[in-house]
Design a protein around this ligand. Structure first.
Ligand code: AGP
Length: 614
């Protein structure tokens, strides 16, 4: 996912742009660049200084410092390659033929081929292989003296998605921004403005922001800003206050954001439960869910739509809804769901689950469901994200900014939110007050139990040392432990680049066991539950084929030591809540293996924090 930063004010733009790009590094990228307006006296001599580098921002920073620009207007970009290799030539910002217009873009221009051919036919020459460069030349085609108007006219030809920032050499007091499908936020300072793809890049300057909505275009000067639609109609924008604090996006004492975020999980559960869990009634009060009690009682089915880790949270949520709320539940991958025939009725409640609230496939699925007139609710982390604005209601998980690309605390927040919704649904349907109280107490005790698991991190690190050189792993579990096995496998894959396959333990004999030998260990999620004996049998079947077994087990379970080479214990809890605890050792196991290999844990290769393109 690319990142955009823009600055207009009276300070030197270069350090502000570079600091903003560093704040967006976590989104994943493979090249970066800046365009800064230099020497504006008189404007006729002004020129855009463009500096672009492939690789890390550090390389760009060295080149910018060498050039020592003094301008106080500029835009910058981190690129995650879609069209064209991650080279300097393809890095943003891109320029028009004259080099006097610069654009930085996040998204995909679907009809860039036809636009490029038409522009080349009319004499424009291109330097890159990107889709973005067509925007610079299209704006040039329409540019007389009004840059915003030129951008507006150009965008009317464009199919696809964009978050866009544009500056021009002869416009020393203007940034033009536009949005369709890729978020942009404007930070408001004193006679200075900070444009960015997300809040983490403006937070250290201001907490007064406006969010651009799809189809809007923003004119930003040192004296203020104004918004219009692509149909040239003025739009009033409400100034909002960000409630994040700068500290919340610092690593602190941790070597990686991912480890910090693993250790934040007890607090995330507390934040998510706070003001919602009603212990005395064994239920949950969830403001903003936007469902009447009647709608909940009438619901015949719940559908979760998500991607990646969020889909595994949905799979855990399925067990909550079926066991606690007694309502049938399906989990659909957004990338499949959005293209399938939607067999949903008005008695179906659809939830989208997303940390970023910007995942393209999940947004598309959301819009498909709304197209059918069905209410869509969100379980989302980022306030102000596209999904949080387009859903009909839902729950924020209050996990705080999740910087590590590999999701950990957001997963914990998602399953916490889903358990609360299931509890509320259950108590409005068949769940007794005593059952509700029992589950509520179980939820309430989770933060301290997660702390207990975290206290055993050193032992998990030692076990990781034993397994770190294996090239393949099976992760297995049954019922709600199956999605935990899937999530554990994903964590290992994402950050250590080791192949790991998640599998329903009962499926093992239907093929995957053929993989097992002394070089192919298995990780079993095996809490004391109603399928424990079955899982033990599966462990024996693996060991009979010389496969090593690491088991995640319930404290006090001595039996399991006879069936596993290594055991990591989690505290006892309500059986339906074991997922909250069993996922933590798997997060740490993956982290310690990746750390032992010295890998880039917070920014794994090929990955982006949010997949905002299809
Ligand atoms: C999880 O570690 C990955 N980063 C990825 O699977 C992620 O969960 C997925 O892309 C969904 O992202 P979202 O929650 O922001 O929609």
């Amino acid at each position: 996912m690319c990142g955009i930063v823009g600055y207009i004010g009276n300070k030197s733009a270069a350090p502000i742009l570079l600091e903003g790009l560093k704040r967006l590094e976590y989104r994943g990228y493979d090249s970066a660049g800046v365009a800064i307006l230099e020497n504006t006296n008189p404007p006729a001599q002004a020129g855009l200084l463009g500096i672009k580098k492939s690789g890390r921002i550090a390389a760009l920073e060295s080149a910018v410092n060498l050039a020592n620009p003094t301008g106080n207007l500029g835009i910058a970009h981190t690129r995650w390659a879609t069209h064209g290799a991650p080279t300097e030539k393809n890095a943003h910002p891109h320029f028009d033929c004259s080099g006097r217009i610069a654009v930085a873009h996040n998204g995909i221009i679907e009809n860039y081929g036809e636009i490029r051919r038409a522009l080349e036919a009319s004499g424009h020459f291109f330097k890159s292989e990107t889709d973005t460069e067509v925007l610079a030349h299209l704006i040039e085609k329409y540019y007389q003296e009004n840059l915003a108007e030129a951008v507006r006219l150009a965008l009317r030809h464009v199919r696809g998605t964009y978050g866009l920032a544009v500056i021009a050499a002869d416009q020393p007091n203007l940034i033009v921004a536009a949005r369709r499908g890729s978020p942009l936020i404007l930070g408001i300072g004193d006679d200075e403005y900070f444009l960015a793809s997300d809040a983490s890049a403006v937070l250290s300057h201001t907490n007064q922001v406006i969010y651009l909505s799809d189809g809007e275009l923003l004119r930003i000067s040192r004296q203020g800003f104004s918004a219009i639609t692509l149909d040239n109609k003025l739009v009033d924008k409400e100034i909002e206050t960000l409630d994040l604090d700068a500290m919340s996006i610092e690593k602190g004492v941790f070597p990686h954001y991912m480890l910090k975020e693993i250790y934040e999980q007890p607090q995330v559960v507390k934040n998510c439960l706070a003001g919602r869990l009603v212990l005395g009634e064994g239920t949950a009060h969830i403001g903003g869910l936007n469902l009447t009690d009647a709608e909940i009682r009438m619901a015949e089915r719940v559908v979760f739509v998500a991607c990646g880790t969020a889909s595994y949270a949905g799979m855990v949520g399925k067990h909550f809804f079926e066991e606690i709320a007694g309502i049938p539940c399906d989990v659909c991958l957004a990338s499949e769901f959005r293209y399938n025939r939607l067999l949903i009725s008005p008695q179906t409640i659809v939830f989208v689950i997303s940390q970023s609230g910007e995942t393209a496939d999940t947004i598309a699925a959301l819009r498909e469901v709304k197209q059918k007139g069905i209410k869509v609710l969100g379980v989302i982390n980022v306030v102000g994200s596209t999904m949080s604005r387009e859903t009909d209601g839902g729950m924020f998980i209050y996990a705080g900014p999740e910087i590590g690309v590999a999701s950990t605390k957001a997963f914990m927040g998602q399953i916490t939110a889903l358990s609360l919704i299931a509890l509320k649904f259950g108590r409005l349907r068949h769940l007794s007050v005593s059952e509700g109280k029992r589950i509520g107490q179980g939820l309430f005790k989770l933060p301290s139990k997660i702390e207990e698991v975290l206290a055993g991190a050193e032992r998990i690190r030692q076990i990781a040392e034993k397994y770190k050189d294996f090239k393949n792993f099976l992760y297995l579990g049954r019922k709600a432990s199956f999605p935990i096995a899937m999530e554990g496998a994903l964590k290992l894959k994402e950050i250590s680049y080791i192949h790991a396959e998640g599998c329903a333990a009962g499926e093992m004999k239907h093929g995957p066991i053929a993989l097992v030998d002394e070089n192919f260990p298995s990780v079993f999620v095996a809490p004391r539950d109603d399928v424990y004996e079955k899982t033990i049998s599966n462990m024996e079947e693996i060991r009979a084929r010389k496969g090593k077994v690491l088991a995640i087990a319930t404290a006090g379970d001595e039996e399991i030591t006879r069936h596993a080479d290594d055991v990591v214990y989690i505290p006892q809890t309500e059986p339906c809540l074991s997922s909250f605890l069993s996922v933590v050792p798997l997060q740490l196991f993956a982290y310690f293996i990746a750390a032992s290999k010295g890998l880039d844990i917070d920014k794994p290769r090929n990955l982006a924090k949010s997949v905002t393109v299809e």
